[in-house]
Structures are given as C-alpha cells and as structure tokens.
Design a protein around this ligand. Structure first.
Ligand code: SF4
Length: 125
C-alpha cells in the first residue's frame, strides 16, 4: 500500500517541509527538500529515527548534585525513554571528568553515554 509521511528538516534554518512517499516500507520519493541532506534526513526519520540523548545523572559528593550527560552519538528514538530511566538509577562519585564514560553500551546500542562537563568535589576550591 502506498502512503505519504511528512517531516520538517531540522538540519538548517530553512526548515524545509519534506514529504516521503513509500510503498510497503520501500521509499519511492522524497519531495520538498532543497538539498540532499533533507532527502537523507527524511529516509532516516522514516526507517530508523535517532536522537541524541541528553539528561542528567546524580552525583555523590559533587560540587553540584547533578551532572549533565549526553550520548556519544544518536540512539534509536524508540529507546530514548528507557535509556533515560536507566540513567536515572545511576549515582556517580565525584570528581567526574568531561567526556568520562558514565554508562557503556546504553540499551545495547553500542553507544556510550559520557559526561558533558567536568564536575569537582563539593569541598574543592
Ligand atoms: S533540506 Fe537542506 S536546505 Fe532544506 S532545511 Fe534541510 S538542510 Fe536545509
């Protein structure tokens, strides 16, 4: 069965409105993109939508109680909610270095979650 799916390209400020036509899961055409980046984006959003995960985890003895963390690369969108739940269970010990791996292979994606800043101990400087 043929159907159409609409997306808004988020790769530049033009925000092109994209329409992907497909038949039984096979992409037939992408229209509305002003460049190839948008065409690729629509196909990815249809076949395997991914998002960069960004959240915080708890830290014991840190200068701040929470540490911002980010996935080293985008993970499947359908796994983001469960990944955030898994990270909510993590409690780190300060200090933490920028880029330090906080959680390996989140949800079996092969992607590590890393610290997005350095966090010292509560009694430091
Ligand atoms: S399709 Fe190309 S020009 Fe249009 S928003 Fe995406 S990146 Fe920008």
């Amino acid at each position: 069965m043929k159907s159409k799916h609409e997306f808004t390209c988020i790769n530049c400020p033009l925000s092109c409105s994209l329409v992907l036509s497909e038949e039984d899961g096979e992409v037939l055409e992408v229209s509305g993109a002003d460049c190839k980046v948008g065409e690729k984006y629509a196909v990815e959003e249809f076949k395997d939508p991914r998002r960069t995960l960004s959240t915080t985890v708890k830290v014991k003895g840190g200068a701040l109680p929470l540490l911002p963390v980010v996935s080293a690369s985008p993970i499947p969108k359908r796994l983001v909610r469960d990944a955030v739940r898994a990270l909510a269970e993590v409690v780190l010990e300060a200090p933490v270095a920028d880029g330090q791996v906080i959680y390996e292979d989140i949800m079996g994606t092969g992607v590590n979650v890393v610290a997005s800043r350095t966090l010292g101990c509560e009694h430091d400087g």
